[in-house]
Structures are given as C-alpha cells and as structure tokens.
Design a protein around this ligand. Structure first.
Ligand SMILES: C[S@@+](CC[C@H](N)C(=O)[O-])C[C@H]1O[C@@H](n2cnc3c(N)ncnc32)[C@H](O)[C@@H]1O
Length: 293
C-alpha cells in the first residue's frame, strides 16, 4: 500500500541510488591508490602491536557467500580493499560519526562488566574493521582482547587500524558459530550488529558458542536492532525500513531478526538473567542485551 504512493516510491528510489552512489564514490576514491593501500595492508600483517592469524583453505558458508550485504559490490570479502571501503562508507552512512569510533566507544564504555569485576580476556565477535575491538582495549588496557571475523579483507584493515592506534588486538579468521577458543576462556564476549545479518538457526548456534567460551559469571553483550515478536500486530516505520532493507538493501535476514524473539533465544541458552534495554544514543531502534553465564 505504501509503495503505491508516489512519494514513497520516489523516496525508495532515492535511497537505493544513494547507496549505489556512495559505494561508487568510495571505490573511485581509493582505486587510484589501490596498490599503495594493498602494500600497507600486507605490511600490517607482520608489524605490531596487533596480531593477525588468517586460516587457509576456508570455505565461506552459503548464507554469507551468496549475499551482497547492504548491496555493496563484493560484500565484505571480495575486494581486497573491502575493509577500507567499509570504514569510509560507514562514515558517510553515519554522517561522519564513525570515523573516529565514537559510537563503538560509547557502546563499549556502557556495557556492564562481570559482577566480580574480573576482566582478563575479552572477545569481539564479527569485528569487521575492529572499531569495537580497539574500544575494548581502551576500556580494559590490561586485558587480552581477541577479535574474529570471517573476511580477511576486514581483518587486514582492522589490523592496520589497530597498529596505527598502537593497540594490541589479536585478530583471527574464525566463524562466530564455530570458534576455536577453549571452553570458559573469556570474561566478556561482545557482538555489535552481527545478529541481524545471519539466519535464525545460525543466530542460535552463535549464542551457544558465546555461552561455551564464557567462564561462569562472564557476560555476553549484544548490540543490535530491537526485536518484537510476530504476535505484536503493530506495523511501524522501523518495520517498514527493515522490510525496505530486505527488499532493496541486501539484508535478507533482518526482518526475521526484528520480528523474532532474540532475547528469548538468549534466555534459552543463558537462563533467565538477560537484560534488554534501548541503547543509549542508539535512536529508537537499537537495543543492548546482556546475558550472564
Ligand atoms: C556489520 S559488520 C559488524 C560490525 C562490527 N562488529 C563492528 O564493531 O564494527 C558484520 C561483520 O560480520 C562478519 N560476519 C558475518 N557473518 C559472520 C560469521 N558467521 N562469523 C564471523 N564473522 C561474520 C562480516 O564479515 C562483517 O565484517
């Protein structure tokens, strides 16, 4: 019904073209110096203080490989400059507040630490270019911070950034649903805006992995869209935007996420100790969930 209205149709066309032009502008801006950037990314792999471990012979899972997330050509992993491009397009998308990590720092600084205050090992799940990971080191400078992602292009740029900031994050190529870390080996696991980008069955596997690698009393903190179970009949502007994302913006899983019971899924694995509250500074549609093992 909404899309038959000419103003809505016009707005939809503008939003889609805006996305397309944004990617083109960022690609063109970096293409001229692609070799210089590629060399800097290569060098970052072996200079410190951050470390990078890239697993060879790795198959991308179909739910990830077959989607161009946010309609970015090549998604997160095809172009070797994808990390650099992601950082700058996010900066445009978030109207310049992403460049200096302001939002990542604010979420990380507000997350509640374990009740006993012990934070020696921290994990950032699906770290992309590592903006949350570096904020985690800044918050707990004495802790060992690990950060995983499936895309080497994101991890290489994340390593370059962390080195430039002089922060010792340990980056590695791993799937969030199949981690190589030992049981009970982390005090805090943090995850920023991954869950709306995976299918529901995968979300449940990732929750179970986070639970497995946390020690008793450890915290799992998830920042992502708010969700409302399908039993709620209201249809809001945010619902429309998520449906738009699904149809026109390479977000095939986000509607199922916002109309599913993510907090309930957390509670099933962690027990009932789950807080779910609107994210400070996250507008009307972001939430922080905190589960304690
Ligand atoms: C929207 S970004 C996450 C933003 C990031 N957490 C931050 O703090 O800036 C999504 C990232 O998740 C990664 N990803 C998606 N599915 C994954 C999975 N199953 N395991 C590991 N990484 C995954 C993508 O490669 C991408 O870098």
């Amino acid at each position: 019904m909404l899309e038959r209205h000419p103003i809505v149709a016009f707005l939809n066309r503008l939003m889609r073209s805006h996305q397309e032009l944004k990617y083109r502008a960022v690609e063109v801006a970096f293409d001229d110096q692609a070799e210089v950037f590629a060399a800097a990314l290569k060098e970052a792999e072996t200079s410190g203080p951050a470390t990078l471990s890239l697993k060879e012979g790795f198959e991308y899972p179909g739910y990830y490989r077959d989607v161009e997330f946010h309609i970015k050509p090549g998604s997160y992993f095809v172009n070797e400059l994808a990390g650099l491009q992601y950082h700058y397009t996010m900066n445009l998308f978030m109207r310049r507040v992403a460049h200096a990590d302001e939002s990542n720092r604010s979420y990380v600084n507000s997350l509640p630490e374990p009740e006993d205050g012990l934070v020696e090992r921290v994990l950032d799940l699906a770290c992309s270019v590592g903006q949350s990971a570096t904020a985690l080191v800044e918050r707990w400078p004495g802790a060992e911070v690990h950060a995983v992602d499936v895309a080497p292009a994101m991890l290489r740029y994340a390593t370059l950034r962390a080195n430039g900031m002089g922060l010792p994050v340990h980056f590695s190529r791993q799937l969030a649903e199949d981690l190589e870390f030992e049981d009970g080996s982390f005090d805090v696991v943090f995850c920023y805006i991954l869950f709306h980008e995976v299918p529901q069955d995968m979300a449940r596997r990732i929750i179970r992995e986070a639970h497995r690698v946390l020690r008793p009393g450890g915290r799992f903190v998830v920042v992502d869209f708010m969700s409302r179970p399908t039993s709620d009949p209201a249809f809001t502007v945010d619902d429309y935007m998520r449906a738009w994302d699904r149809e026109f913006n390479g977000e095939p899983y986000s509607v199922a996420f916002v109309r599913g019971d993510f907090t309930g899924a957390l509670a099933e694995v962690f027990g009932s100790v789950v807080a779910d509250h609107p994210l400070e500074g996250g507008g009307s549609y972001m939430s922080m969930r905190v589960a304690t093992k």
